[in-house]
Write a protein that binds this ligand. Structure first.
Ligand code: GDP
Length: 707
């Protein structure tokens, strides 16, 4: 039978780790009593050591799940005793004052605002002197609310105790002999849930403080009958020593007291007295309670197991997973996804992106150097006039083209093109980490981002320097050779770009026309804005004149123009100004398209002065080719080589078992799967053990000593 309790205690902790379902609970002994009733002293007497937190101010703030494991001393070895907090991983604690300190710390860690916590402390004590028992120590009932123990605390403790004294647990109600049992909060609480006293044991402490006859009357239990009876103890912790012959802890004071009053307590022969009796009683009661729970718990576990097995089949088709396999699959998928992404970074695609960036730059250069130039129309005329020879063209336009070319090639292309590609890589990593499954793994995602940034930081400088170096020849216009095919391609692309730009400007103008209400109204607006501008210019000129020829009144006539005096709303004035800009731009674009299509431009690159757009397009293309080549070598190849290796060496192999499980459980789908699988496994294990127990149970067993 000894074996049975022990096994069931093991099963009980396994069940507790499965879930807190009441149907799956094996009984434990729950110790309740008011503060100072002697609760701690009783528990320590049972264990044979002082190990509970001491102090007069609420030292027990969390339930303590105390599991006592009887460990016989092997022959020829010294008896050894130790404690263990499985949740803390501190290992064997041999010094019981260390256990006491740890318990004190754990209790004090509960914030004062909370006062008590429902989260139990798991403590196991292994000793040849303890029986196999599970005891739960709860905070003592508060009798009087004091300054630092508010009323709400009393309720908190009561509800915590209520939760624990539910079936099938056994209630150990600790009452001090010198306090009327009618006032014992422990008995009162127990009567609420166990009115017939079927699963309550009374412990009457401080027997030495009342006359023995009175004590004996209490122990008969006639006033408040309990089926499991009352045990009287003197549990004061002073004067305690171990009896070397029996190994049991002797309460000297207790022995002396009961021996001295043998006449009173021994007379009826049926009174239960002393800590030794209490231990035996607890063992018996727990054993028989566990034994009678065996059938019910077996059925309950069977049911739960069937359900879990069914769910595992239905939901996962019996597919088993491990945290390790999930991590490995995730990493493989990540690498695959990454490899697929390299396609987006193949040379033609990069080249096209860089070219688009350079086309924009060309536009900027043209706008800056040509379009604002007052002589720009002249360039168009020159292009269409086939009689002009290149040699005859003024140095002005030659110089312009040199300047434009160098403005383009010296605009920081190395850096800009490298950053453009690096941005693409960053966006790739961002899209990977924000998608499944990395959205579930914020820390891993963060690390992936860090790795990628680290590699990029390392490479960007080198790559942009390299590109800058290799485009150096293009920085001198004379060094740029353009063959007829290149010229033709560049010219066609320039026309294409300009025509697109024309389309865009026209679309914008249409939009504005629609917004202000038609072309007539827009025309009116534009004329008005033009007149405003003229007036403004006249006024400025007048001021200038006035300041130079003092006293001239005539110029003051010019009417002041302020926003308030506009004939149209300011938003429409702004629209008109935009419309004017687009119109100007359109005019230039159309002129230039005509020039690019002219015979002279078609003739070839010797006419580049007249067709800067075609020339710059060819240069931009050469820049894009060269940049792509070196970015590919210095940035992309390196990145695609290093990143998967960083994942392996810094993300994957860095994880220990605990971190792997944590990682896997971050994914809710995997967590659910693992939970169900673990639940099923544990239930199977419990079931196996329960089955082996029932065969054990069919052996004849000794009858309980008292019932
Ligand atoms: P708890 O608050 O219920 O845990 O009570 P304690 O075990 O800390 O005991 C409260 C006080 O009562 C302590 O000073 C103990 O020494 C004392 N005490 C406990 N048991 C007995 C007993 O059987 N006889 C006497 N005289 N004092 C006791």
């Amino acid at each position: 039978l000894m074996n049975l309790t022990r096994k069931l205690i093991e099963i009980r902790s396994m069940l507790l780790s499965i879930d807190q379902n009441d149907a799956l609970k094996l009984p434990s002994i729950v110790v309740i009593g008011s503060q100072s009733s002697g609760k701690s002293s009783v528990l320590e007497a049972v264990v044979g050591h002082e190990f509970l937190p001491k102090g007069n101010n609420m030292v027990t703030r969390r339930p303590i799940e105390l599991t006592l494991v009887h460990t016989p001393t092997p022959p020829g070895e010294k008896p050894s005793e130790w404690g263990e907090f499985p949740a803390l991983g501190l290992g064997k604690i041999k010094d019981f004052s260390d256990i006491q300190r740890t318990l004190t710390d754990l209790n004090l860690a509960v914030p004062a605002s909370e006062a008590v916590s429902n989260d139990p402390i798991d403590l196991r004590i292994y000793s040849p002197y303890v029986p196999d028992l599970t005891l739960i120590d709860l905070p003592g009932y508060v009798q009087i609310a004091s300054m630092d123990q508010p009323d709400s605390l009393r309720e908190k403790i009561s509800s915590l105790c209520e939760k624990y004294i539910r079936e099938p647990n056994i209630i150990l109600a600790v009452c001090a002999a010198d306090v009327d049992l009618a006032n014992s909060p422990a008995l009162r609480a127990s009567r609420k849930v166990d009115p017939l006293g079927l699963r309550t044991i009374g412990v009457v402490t401080k027997m030495d403080l009342i006359p023995p006859e009175q004590g004996a009357v209490i122990l008969t239990g006639n006033r408040y009958p309990l089926h499991l009876g009352y045990v009287g103890v003197v549990a004061k912790t002073v004067g305690k020593r171990r009896d070397e012959s029996t190994g049991a802890v002797v309460q000297r004071q207790e022995n002396e007291y009961f021996r001295a009053h043998r006449d009173v307590f021994g007379a009826s022969g049926s009174l239960m007295i002393g800590t030794g009796t209490l231990r035996k009683r607890l063992m018996e009661v727990l054993e028989s309670s566990m034994a009678s729970s065996l059938h019910g718990i077996t059925n309950a576990v069977q049911l739960e197991l069937e359900e879990a097995t069914y769910q595992f089949k239905v939901q996962y088709n019996d597919r088993r997973i491990t945290a390790e396999s999930y991590v490995a699959e995730t990493m493989d998928a990540l690498k695959l996804r990454f490899k697929e992404a390299t396609a987006q970074f193949r040379k033609p695609i990069i080249r096209e992106k860089l070219k688009a960036m350079l086309d924009d730059k060309v536009m900027d250069v043209l706008e800056q150097l040509y379009w604002l130039d007052k002589r720009a129309p002249e360039l168009g005329e020159l292009a269409s006039d086939s009689r002009v020879f290149v040699e005859d063209v003024e140095a002005y336009w030659k110089h312009k083209l040199d300047a434009a070319s160098s403005l383009l090639t010296k605009s920081g292309i190395g850096r800009d093109s490298t950053l453009l590609v690096a941005d693409g890589l960053r966006a790739l990593i961002d899209s990977i980490v924000s998608a499944e499954p990395f959205n579930y793994h914020p820390q891993a995602a963060e690390r992936l981002v860090q790795f990628s940034h680290m590699i990029l930081r390392d490479r960007i400088g080198v790559a942009s320097d390299q590109v800058e170096n290799c485009i150096k020849p293009y920085k001198y216009k004379n060094e740029i050779e353009v063959d007829p095919r290149e010229w033709e391609v560049g010219r066609a692309r320039a026309i294409d770009l300009f025509e697109k730009e024309v389309g865009m400007c026209e679309a914008k103008l249409k939009e504005i026309r629609k917004k202000v209400g038609g072309s007539r109204r827009l025309g009116g607006l534009v004329n008005y804005v033009k007149s405003l501008e003229e007036k403004e210019q006249e006024r400025k000129a007048g001021r200038l004149a006035a300041s130079s020829t003092e006293g001239d009144e005539g110029s003051r006539d010019a009417e002041e123009v302020t926003p308030q005096s506009y004939r149209y709303p300011p938003a429409q004035i702004l629209d008109a100004r935009h419309a004017m800009l687009y119109t100007d731009r359109l005019a230039i674009l159309k002129l230039r398209v005509a020039a690019l299509k002219s015979r002279r431009c078609r003739a070839g690159s010797e006419n580049d002065v007249f067709c800067p757009e075609a020339f710059l397009n060819v240069v931009a293309d050469k820049l894009a080719w060269t940049s792509t080549m070196f970015i590919n070598i210095e940035l992309l190849d390196q990145f695609f080589y290093q990143f998967p290796r960083e994942i392996d060496s810094r993300l994957l192999y860095d994880l220990d078992r605990r971190e792997i499980v944590e990682f896997a459980r971050e994914n809710p789908v995997v967590r659910k799967h693992l939970d169900l699988q673990e639940r099923k496994d544990k239930l199977e294990e419990v079931m196996k053990q329960l089955t082996s127990l029932s065969t054990l149970r069919s052996d004849p067993q000794p009858a309980p000593r008292r019932n």
